[in-house]
Design a protein around this ligand. Structure first.
Ligand SMILES: [Zn+2]
Length: 578
C-alpha cells in the first residue's frame, strides 16, 4: 500500500513540476496556451472487455464495420478508484476527474471522510465532507466558458451531477436538481423531465433558457444558445429499445449540443457526454444491452471527434469511470476447445436479438399473456424452450401484479410476493443468479446463448480505457494515467492555474467564516429548506440552501454558484466574497 501511495504521489509531483518548470530555471507560474473547447466522453461502468464485446457484436452484424469508431484514438488506460477502495463508484470517480480529489462511494463532488488505513492517498482532515467546485463550474465562473451535459440517464444522476453540483449523498435529488438548475448549464440534454418543478422552469426561462419537457425531439433543432431538452420522465430508453422517431440517440443529442455550444462563443466550452446506461446493462449482466449501448456511445464519440477535427482547437477525451460486471469472453464450458471456438458460437446468437432484456421484459409486461411465446421468438429469433414458458409466465404475472399494487393506496395495497408465483426451488435458483425479476431472468437467457460470463452484478477495480484526440498529436494524454492525472490534464488543457480545493475555499466557504462575528440563524425543517439569515453592517441577508438567489434588505441578488448545505456539519457553504 505504501509503495502505491508513494508512486502515485511521486508521479503527481512530477506532473505538477512539468507544468510549472522550465529547464535550468526556478519554478515559474507558466500558463500554457489553452485549447478552446474540451469534450469529455465517459462510458459509464465499462470494462475493456465491453469494448471487445461491442466490436465483435458489430463485426457479426455488419461485416463492413471491423472497427469501433473510437479505435484509432485509444491510447492508454486510466486507474480510477474511490478514496478508500480500488473499486470505483460513479459518484466519486467522475468527481475525481472534475476536482482532483478521490471521493467516497455515494458522494458527488465532495471531499472524502478519512477512513484511516483504507485510504489510498493522504487526505486533509479539515476538509472532510466539504463541497468541491467541479472543474466545469470553475471554468464557467473563472473563464466564462459555456458548459454542456449530454446523458441518457436522468440529469441529476451521478456522473452529470458530479460536473455541476456537490452533494455528499448522490441520491438526494432534492439537493442536486436545484443546484443544476441554478448553475447555468448552457446545454443540458438527457432524461428527467418529471424532476422539473414549475419554479425551476421559471428560473431558467427568465434567464434565457428554453426548456423542452414534452415528448419528441424538438429541442434538438433549437436555434438559441441556452437549452434544456429532457426527453423522458426519468432515464431514456436503451439505444436499441428506443423509438427513433421520438427519442433521440446520444449521437443526435451530441451533434445538437455541439452546434448550440459553438454558436456566438469566443471563450470556448466544456462538454461532458455520458453513455450512461452501458453501466446499467452491465449491472444487469445483459450482453445485448452492453454491446448496443457502447455502440451508441461510440457513434456519439465520432460526432465529437468530427466536430473537433473541423474546429481545429478542440480536444476530445474518451474514458470510463470504472469497470463493471467482470465480463469475460470465454468460459470453462468450452473446455480445451476455447481457442477453436468461432465468433459465431461465442457471441453469434445474441447478435440477432432485437431488444435489451429490459426492452423484452417491458414488451411482455405490456402484452397479453398468451402472446409470450410469439413475442419471445420475434425478439430473440429463437423459440422459448417449453420448460421455460411457465417461469416467464409467472415472472410476468408477478411484475404486472406488483406494478398494479404499487398504484393502490397503502392501506388497501395487496402484498405481492415472488413466492406466490414461483416454487421455492426456482426462487432460490433465481436469487443465486441475481435475477429475481423478469428482466433479470431474460439477461440470463441471453447470456446462456453465448460463452460470455460475468463474475458480478457490481463494479470492478481494473483500470479502464483511455482515448484522446488532440489537434496537436504530441500533446495527447497517453499511456497509463491515474484519475488525478486525467484531472490535471483537463486543467492543463484549459489553463486553469488554481486547484479545485483553492477555488472551493473561494466559492464554498463555511457560513461561520464568511459571516464571522455576525448575528445569524440557520433554520429549516429539512436540509433543502434551510435558510441562513444574517445581520451584517446594518443589513439583513437571507440566503437559502441550494440556490443562487438571496436577498439583502429584501432586494434580490444572485450568487455565481448555488450554495450547498451539509446537514451533518450543519454548515451552509457559499462564496467568500459575500
Ligand atoms: Zn459509473
Amino acid at each position: 500500500m505504501r509503495s502505491f501511495h508513494l508512486s502515485v504521489v511521486r508521479s503527481l509531483v512530477l506532473a505538477a513540476t512539468l507544468l510549472v518548470t522550465l529547464p535550468g530555471r526556478a519554478v515559474v507560474h507558466e500558463t500554457p496556451k489553452p485549447v478552446k473547447n474540451v469534450i469529455l466522453c465517459i462510458s459509464d461502468g465499462t470494462s475493456l472487455a465491453t469494448l471487445s464485446l461491442a466490436r465483435w457484436y458489430q463485426r457479426l452484424t455488419d461485416a463492413e464495420k471491423q472497427n469501433l469508431l473510437i479505435d484509432p484514438y485509444l491510447c492508454g488506460t486510466i486507474l480510477t478508484y474511490c478514496s478508500d477502495s480500488p473499486i470505483g463508484d460513479s459518484a466519486p470517480t467522475t468527481s475525481t476527474y472534475m476536482n482532483g480529489v478521490p471521493g467516497l462511494a455515494g458522494q458527488v463532488s465532495t471531499y472524502p471522510v478519512l477512513h484511516g488505513e483504507a485510504d489510498l492517498l493522504p487526505y486533509d482532515s479539515l476538509w472532510q465532507r466539504r463541497p468541491l467546485v467541479p472543474l466545469w463550474q470553475a471554468l464557467r465562473m473563472e473563464q466564462g466558458r459555456k458548459t454542456g451535459i449530454v446523458v441518457t440517464c436522468e440529469f441529476p444522476h451521478a456522473t452529470p451531477a458530479d460536473c455541476t453540483s456537490s452533494s455528499y449523498k448522490r441520491n438526494k435529488y432534492s439537493w442536486i436538481v436545484p443546484q443544476m438548475v441554478h448553475n447555468q448549464i448552457d446545454v443540458l440534454y438527457g432524461g428527467g423531465a418529471s424532476l422539473i418543478k414549475p419554479e425551476y422552469r421559471k428560473y431558467l426561462e427568465e434567464r434565457g433558457w428554453s426548456v423542452f419537457t414534452d415528448p419528441g425531439k424538438a429541442a434538438l433543432d433549437y436555434q438559441g444558445e441556452r437549452v434544456w431538452g429532457l426527453f423522458a420522465p426519468m432515464d431514456m430508453p436503451f439505444d436499441i429499445d428506443r423509438d427513433p422517431a421520438v427519442m433521440p440517440s446520444l449521437e443526435e443529442m451530441t451533434k445538437s449540443a455541439l452546434r448550440i455550444l459553438d454558436t456566438n462563443n469566443d471563450k470556448g466550452f466544456v462538454l461532458m457526454i455520458e453513455g450512461s446506461k452501458v453501466d446499467w446493462a452491465a449491472h444487469a449482466n445483459d450482453p445485448v444491452g452492453m454491446a448496443t449501448e457502447f455502440l451508441g456511445f461510440d457513434r456519439a464519440v465520432k460526432a465529437a471527434i468530427d466536430f473537433a477535427k473541423k474546429d481545429g482547437n478542440t480536444v476530445v477525451l474518451m474514458t470510463a469511470d470504472h469497470g463493471n460486471s467482470g465480463i469475460s469472453l470465454g468460459t470453462d464450458n468450452l473446455g480445451h476447445t476455447y481457442a477453436e471456438t468461432p465468433a459465431s458460437k461465442l457471441f453469434g446468437p445474441i447478435t440477432n436479438i432485437k431488444l435489451t432484456a429490459t426492452g423484452l421484459a417491458e414488451r411482455l409486461i405490456a402484452s397479453p399473456e398468451e402472446d409470450i411465446e410469439q413475442i419471445w421468438e420475434e425478439v430473440t429469433t429463437r423459440k422459448l424452450p417449453a420448460d421455460q414458458l411457465p417461469i416467464v409466465r409467472a415472472l410476468r404475472r408477478y411484475e404486472v401484479d406488483s406494478r398494479s399494487a404499487a398504484t393502490q393506496p397503502a392501506e388497501v395495497r395487496k402484498k405481492v410476493q415472488l413466492s406466490d408465483y414461483l416454487s421455492a426451488d426456482l426462487i432460490d435458483h433465481l436469487k443465486s443468479l441475481y435475477a429475481s425479476s423478469l428482466a433479470g431472468y431474460i439477461c440470463r437467457a441471453y447470456t446462456d446463448m453465448t460463452y460470455i460470463v460475468f463474475t458480478t452484478h457490481g463494479h470492478t477495480g481494473e483500470e479502464v480505457f483511455l482515448g484522446c484526440y488532440h489537434p496537436d498529436f504530441e500533446k495527447r494524454l497517453i499511456g497509463f494515467n491515474t484519475n488525478l492525472q486525467l484531472h490535471d490534464y483537463l486543467r492543463t488543457l484549459t489553463a486553469m492555474p488554481q486547484t479545485m480545493k483553492e477555488l472551493s475555499d473561494k466559492y464554498f466557504a463555511p457560513h461561520t467564516e464568511v459571516f464571522a462575528g455576525c448575528k445569524m440563524t440557520l433554520k429549516g425543517d429539512r436540509a433543502e429548506d434551510m435558510v441562513l439569515t444574517v445581520k451584517k453592517g446594518g443589513h439583513t441577508y437571507v440566503i437559502p440552501a441550494f440556490s443562487t438567489l438571496y436577498t439583502v434588505d429584501g432586494k434580490q441578488r444572485e450568487l455565481p454558484i448555488a450554495t450547498v448545505y451539509n446537514d451533518e456539519t450543519k454548515t451552509l457553504y457559499l462564496p467568500r466574497t459575500l
